[in-house]
Ligand binder design. Structure first.
Ligand SMILES: NC(=O)c1ccc[n+]([C@@H]2O[C@H](COP(=O)([O-])OP(=O)(O)OC[C@H]3O[C@@H](n4cnc5c(N)ncnc54)[C@H](O)[C@@H]3O)[C@@H](O)[C@H]2O)c1
Length: 276
């Protein structure tokens, strides 16, 4: 799968799943707009952390390759929840790169608390980043995609968009909203040759998940996941690459779980068919 010659904007690219998506898109040949509210983290995308880049011994080729890769990154510090900052970021992409072919909405936050105990501020902050933030970037992208008659949107939702778990009131509502928005965008963009799809990651090894869930809860997730483990950020990135790439040219409006089978919710047994 290639994104050669394409410009892709990834929100929340500074770390976790967004970083993995940005790096995977770079490897597929894209020019990547790494947008994050943490501008320093966004600026680190494509700079490499391997030994060759760290000490450079006898690794001129690797250093040159890294330099070429980082030249394909435009890092932007912006808050997706702020429509004016998003519009300014998109205008900068227009000016500096001249086009936008793919948008990945990955920036997201959590506030896990029972609905009965949730404060207004918690509800507002989660909806503002996860749902309004996705709307802000999608609106800008949809205007451009309609004009150029091409483009792909990939929205990172969550398995929480489809199921109800304790404490996920704001988070599930925001991610369910993202799914609804994705379907509407698919219907609106399809006729002009563009697409919108969503990914539903299961529990993935990132700083966000590690902070939000204690060891017991993480173990319970793993226990309910047929794959018997958590996902890795690059496993989500591979799905994002497929949906953003021409390989998915006839895929529009899907909500793709990338969750090790978590959502099928069947009887969980070991490889001999016995209860785990
Ligand atoms: N990790 C999981 O288990 C998991 C599971 C399902 C869905 N997801 C979703 O995947 C996405 C990425 O999650 P992650 O685990 O990599 O999170 P993370 O916290 O590790 O990284 C999120 C990144 O988004 C950036 N960000 C947050 N708010 C922003 C804003 N307002 N504007 C711009 N950037 C902002 C952060 O600075 C950070 O770099 C989120 O949408 C999350 O809901 C994660």
């Amino acid at each position: 799968m290639t994104l050669a010659g394409q410009v892709a904007l990834v929100t929340g690219a500074g770390r976790g799943i967004g970083r993995a998506i940005a790096e995977r898109f770079l490897a597929a040949g894209a020019t990547v707009v790494a947008l994050d509210r943490d501008e320093d983290a966004a600026a680190a995308v494509g700079r490499g952390t391997d030994a060759a880049s760290a000490n450079g011994d006898g690794a001129g080729g690797a250093r040159a390759a890294l330099a070429a890769t980082s030249a394909r990154v435009l890092a932007i510090g912006a808050d997706v929840g702020d429509a004016r900052e998003v519009a300014a970021a998109m205008a900068r992409v227009d000016r500096e790169l001249g086009r936008l072919d793919a948008l990945v909405n990955n920036a997201g936050i959590v506030a896990f608390r029972a609905v009965a105990d949730m404060a207004d501020e918690e509800w507002d902050s989660v909806l503002r980043v996860n749902l309004t933030g996705t709307f802000n970037t999608c609106r800008e992208a949809a205007r451009r995609f309609r004009e150029q008659r091409s483009g792909a949107i990939v929205n990172v939702a969550s398995v929480s968009a489809s199921i109800g778990s304790h404490g996920r009131g704001a988070y599930s509502a925001s991610k369910g909203g993202v799914l609804g928005l994705t379907r509407v965008l698919a219907a609106e963009l399809g006729p002009v040759g563009a697409r919108a799809n969503a990914i539903l990651p299961g529990t993935t090894e990132t700083a966000l998940a590690n902070a939000a869930l204690d060891e017991q809860l993480l173990a319970a997730f793993v226990d309910r996941t047929p794959a018997g483990r958590r996902g890795q950020p690059d496993e989500i990135a591979q799905a994002a690459l497929f949906l953003a790439s021409p390989a998915a040219s006839y895929v529009n409006g899907v909500a793709l779980p990338v969750d090790g089978g978590y959502l099928i919710g069947g009887l969980l047994v070991d490889e001999r068919g016995r209860p785990r």
